[in-house]
Design a protein around this ligand. Structure first.
Ligand SMILES: [Fe+2]
Ligand SMILES: [Fe+2]
Length: 267
């Protein structure tokens, strides 16, 4: 089973540029075309938040339009730039969005790998948290299928990345999540967004990672007072390939026009 993870598209409608610089819609269109051209098409695509830049209906309409060519199931979670109700309104056919209102938390059972998503959003704030209600749902949900390999989706990563200004708007209570996760060895990966970079860390006995953005990337600077900047490093997404022998193996796929492929047999 192959799961593509795309993240932090920050879509703007009407040709507007994010931060006056980034044509996020054009970047996302190229990402979707890249996924469609993969030699092994994914079985599902997950999108780990900051789907649009301002939570607006026109932006979600654009998201719908751009992902329309994908023939496999797509699963969405909100980030701090999203609006739960506007997201639900734009995707009435995505019934899983309504499993646990007002939050967007769900479990998807019909694939080889179980997909469980939790909602870290605090409306109106950049940082995230998991309240007792959301954590209780997660504990109960994980307990129903302890033998099934599981991917856990959440927007805010549960670990400090070292990028100071992003850690300040991170997840408020990772310790509470760790208590739940540590009891469930079936969690193959925790798949996050928010950081606009590929980053990995151990977390409560599993591996947590943040995905690159399909558009702009957060500058790699581990100084505590690092400037709040982004760069146009190559956009990318993750390809999580699962089989029963290896578990989940994660690849980074770059979106762009690069020279090659060349044969090793030449010259
Ligand atoms: Fe983002
Ligand atoms: Fe975010």
């Amino acid at each position: 089973m192959i799961v593509c993870q795309v993240s932090d598209m920050h879509l703007m409608a009407g040709g507007k540029l994010a931060y006056g610089v980034v044509d996020t819609a054009a970047h996302f269109r190229r990402c979707i075309a890249n996924i469609q051209a993969l030699p092994q098409p994914p079985d599902v695509v997950v999108m780990t938040g900051d789907l649009v830049d301002g939570g607006q209906p026109t932006q979600y309409a654009l998201l719908r339009e751009i992902i329309a060519p994908l023939s496999m199931p797509v699963y969405l979670i909100p980030g701090n730039h999203d609006d739960r109700e506007a997201l639900r309104a734009a995707f009435p056919d995505h019934a899983y969005l309504n499993q646990f209102p007002p939050f967007i938390q769900y479990a998807i059972e019909e694939h080889d790998v179980r997909i469980v998503a939790i909602d870290t959003v605090i409306p109106g704030q950049a940082g995230g948290e998991l309240c007792a209600q959301r954590l209780e749902w997660l504990a109960l949900t994980l307990a129903t299928a302890p033998q099934r390999p599981t991917l856990l989706l959440m927007h805010h990563p549960p670990f400090a990345t070292g990028i100071g200004f992003m850690d300040e708007i991170g997840l408020a209570n990772p310790e509470a999540l760790a208590q739940v996760v540590a009891k469930h060895a079936q969690i193959e990966r925790i798949l996050c967004g928010h950081l606009h970079r590929p980053i990995q860390a151990r977390f409560a006995g599993t591996l947590a990672c943040t995905a690159p953005s399909t558009a702009h990337q957060i500058t790699l600077d581990l100084a505590r007072a690092a400037p709040e900047t982004f760069t146009m490093e190559p956009p990318a997404y993750f390809v999580h390939a699962w089989n029963a022998q290896s578990g989940v193996v994660t690849h980074t796929a770059y979106v762009g026009d690069f020279p090659g492929p060349y044969s090793f047999g030449m010259g």
